[in-house]
Design a binder for this molecule. Structure first.
Ligand SMILES: [Zn+2]
Length: 502
């Protein structure tokens, strides 16, 4: 207890000193150099790299004067994950096997279909095969229960008529489908899907929505099979409005062995207490995780050590959060300010999802959320892109802070493309305004160079390409956002419906 008190006092002292100073490049670089160092092994959840990372963040926030806001008074909230990796599989389709007759085997290339089972082993023979189109299953149409379903992955169309692949898959699983195999469109590149499907698939424990057998098949092999049924593959995939479920008079025998591994990771959560916690809270977040040791080491090239260090993605965002926390700590705000470092963003925003499922306070208490991801790309003087602009009434308040800080907002919609690809999105899904504000996403050219190059690869590391002048300006802007939104004077908030603590 005494130790904690001393830490808080020293933290306050430290943050008072830091309070007035603006954030500079070297402040950010100091953290990035450590978080993206080889010693942190690419910050893969569930590894020694995780231990080092979450400990570093908790120590930095503690020194900044934050209070722990994780489970049982600690800095950490466990996130239980399960990972599935396809090992071996075999599938055989036979055609015309109704009425007890044997049926003819259809030869398909085993490397143009990939399967993964939900449990470590799957084996089933004689599964009837159906094709499920985009429409809802109508009355009198074939059931999918006990069947293996071929389901077009559907390129998104702008009309929004075609429901999301995941939603359609969910419905089929609920209706009792044994397996769901995604069918690629002619335009999809098989090698890309092959690579992504062969990688491990990770889910939150308790939120697993997998069929017993899942997979993906190339267009070529699908076309070959449909020909046997006298069906045209292209026509089947193009019919967006009518097709629901059709029997294919195929039977499938399949087996699959999948490595299933459960493990624990952690979100890190800290809090700056406000004087009026009933007035709501502000949340800053960023993901701490990256891809770990992601490539095979090249013994002849010392630069290719196989570690995806994730300097820009997202050691930069975490460094912004550490420095922002220091400046806001001890500032006498009305609202609580929470700081969250999420795990498993790279595996599908899983740490952020775990947070919203089990937040330390009622989620509606958060009046606004700011996510910091991939901030170290632009020069000082670049406009700020506001991912989430146009989605809530808070736009005008952000504009007030921008005007006050002399920052110009990029009013184009080009950063919108990233809305669903970042942790903030899970808050929008729960109607909590969650912005990602960064000059990096306003500098289209640099962003493209990064995404086409070092992004998610071994070369996203600390080197000359790291630009921190824009990031430092953005960090200071986050301090201003924190002050503005945590004060009921500047941001009274939307009238609470039924207030009260928690
Ligand atoms: Zn990433």
């Amino acid at each position: 207890m005494r130790l904690i008190a001393v830490l808080i006092i020293s933290g306050l002292f430290f943050s008072e000193a830091a309070h007035s100073q603006s954030i500079g490049e070297s402040d950010l670089l100091g953290h990035i150099e450590i978080l993206a160092s080889d010693a942190f092994e690419g910050r893969e959840p569930g590894t020694i790299g995780e231990n080092k990372t979450v400990n570093y963040i908790a120590t930095a926030w503690s020194a900044a004067g934050l209070l722990p806001a994780g489970e049982k008074g600690s800095w950490y909230t466990p996130v239980s994950l399960v990972e599935r990796t396809s090992e071996t599989y075999r599938i055989k389709f036979t055609y015309g096997s109704e009425g007890g007759s044997e049926g003819k085997a259809v030869r398909i290339q085993q490397d143009e279909i990939i399967l993964r089972s939900r449990s470590s082993a799957f084996r089933q023979s004689g599964m009837p095969l159906v094709f499920a189109g985009y429409a809802e299953r109508g009355q009198g149409e074939p059931s999918v229960a006990g069947k293996l379903v071929l389901l077009p992955r559907a390129p998104l169309d702008d009309s929004g008529r075609v429901p999301d692949f995941r939603d359609r898959k969910q419905r089929l699983i609920q209706d009792g489908a044994v397996g769901v195999i995604a069918v690629l469109d002619e335009s999809d590149r098989w090698t890309r899907f092959q690579r992504s499907f062969q990688r491990a698939s990770t889910s939150l424990v308790g939120a697993e929505n997998h069929a017993e057998l899942e997979g993906v098949i190339s267009f070529d092999q699908f076309e070959k099979m449909m020909l046997k049924s006298g069906l045209d593959a292209e026509t089947l995939l193009a019919d967006r409005d009518n097709l629901s479920v059709i029997d294919l008079s195929f039977k499938a025998d399949a087996r699959a062995e999948t490595q299933v591994r459960s493990y624990r990771s952690h979100n890190v959560i800290g809090r700056i207490p406000g004087s009026d916690p009933n007035s709501g809270a502000v949340l800053f977040l960023g993901h701490w995780d990256h891809f770990g040791i992601c490539r095979v080491e090249d013994p002849l090239d010392p630069d290719k050590d196989g570690i995806c260090n994730g300097a820009v993605d997202n050691a930069s965002g975490i460094s912004l959060l550490i420095e922002t926390a220091k400046r806001l700590s001890g500032g006498g705000q009305d609202r609580d300010i929470y700081f969250l470092a999420t795990t498993a963003e790279e595996k599908g925003l899983l740490g952020a999802r775990a947070f919203v499922d089990n937040a330390p306070v009622a989620l509606e208490k958060f009046v606004v959320v700011f996510n910091a991801d991939t901030v170290a790309l632009a020069d000082d003087g670049t406009m700020i892109a506001v991912v989430g602009l146009g989605k809530s009434e808070l736009d005008s308040d952000i504009a007030v802070v921008a005007a006050q800080e002399g920052r110009k907002i990029d009013r184009s919609d080009k950063a919108d493309a990233y809305l669903k690809r970042q942790d903030g999105y899970v808050f929008w899904e729960r109607d909590i305004p969650a912005y990602m504000i960064s000059s990096a996403f306003a500098d289209e050219e640099r962003l493209k160079v990064f995404l086409d190059g070092p992004y998610h690869d071994v070369s996203d590391e600390v080197n000359d390409a790291l630009v921190l002048t824009g990031a430092a300006a953005d960090a200071n802007f986050h301090v201003a956002l924190g002050r503005y939104f945590s004060s009921t004077g500047t941001y009274p908030g939307i009238a609470p419906s039924g207030s009260g603590d928690n």
